[in-house]
Design a protein. Structure first.
Length: 230
């Protein structure tokens, strides 16, 4: 299923990218706009397919973490660089608060980057133009803590218990249409696979804060160091 879905989709995205770059000559403005829309739609569909396949593996208990030692700060900063373009298009200020030195962890690099990517993407979708999304990373002892906080529309208290469940969405119809309902459920699942947790705090009109705590740091961070980097 993975091969059958991804192979034609990669061809669609590849050829539409060639058209976007005008590699074989100029195009009319309307055709250029169409090629951009084709590429954006393909990227969105590929993201959805990857989420569904990952969730299917997790639910079938067939998802295996690939544990390696790496610098979490570098991985999260790479995600921030990737998301800055989207933040600029949305008119949202995206900022990172990173530790002064590296944070070495034994974890699944791809899963951790997916956690950061999903949380930041979610925050940007539900933050109005002119708002802000802040990504904070720090450690205490062997616990890695990643916090993504936004100044967005917020979530009603009655909807908080549904977040993190596969295909469950909160908010009004327009907000639910902005996603598949898999982002936070994958974040929670990846956190649990690392023996960690996800905590969501939110109020309507006051934004949302999602905290991920994972016991994965290989070099424990002292409380003094954590305070100095805050």
């Amino acid at each position: 299923m993975s091969h059958e879905l991804r192979t034609p989709l990669n061809a669609i995205m590849g050829f539409s990218d060639i058209m976007r770059q005008r590699l074989f000559g100029p195009m009319g403005d309307r055709y250029a706009e169409y090629s951009d829309l084709i590429h954006e739609s393909g990227a969105h569909l590929l993201e959805l397919i990857n989420d569904v396949l990952d969730m299917s593996k997790i639910e079938a208990e067939r998802f295996e973490l690939t544990i390696e030692t790496f610098d979490v700060s570098e991985a999260v900063q790479a995600v921030l660089r990737l998301m800055r373009g989207q933040a600029e298009r949305y008119g949202v200020n995206l900022r990172g608060v990173m530790p002064m030195g590296p944070l070495s962890a034994d974890a699944d690099r791809r899963a951790l980057k997916q956690i950061a990517l999903n949380l930041i993407s979610n925050a940007l979708k539900f933050t109005p133009r002119g708002g802000s999304v802040t990504v904070t990373l720090h450690g205490l002892g062997d616990i890695l803590e990643l916090v993504v906080a936004d100044t967005g529309v917020g979530i009603a208290q009655g909807d908080l218990h549904r977040l993190g469940q596969p295909y469950e969405q909160a908010g009004d119809r327009a907000q639910r249409a902005a996603g598949s309902g898999l982002g936070l459920s994958l974040v929670r699942a990846f956190a649990r696979l690392h023996n960690g947790e996800m905590v969501v705090e939110s109020s309507i009109g006051e934004g949302t804060s999602v905290t991920i705590r994972l016991p994965v740091l290989t070099t424990p961070v002292a409380a003094e160091d954590a305070r100095a980097r805050a």
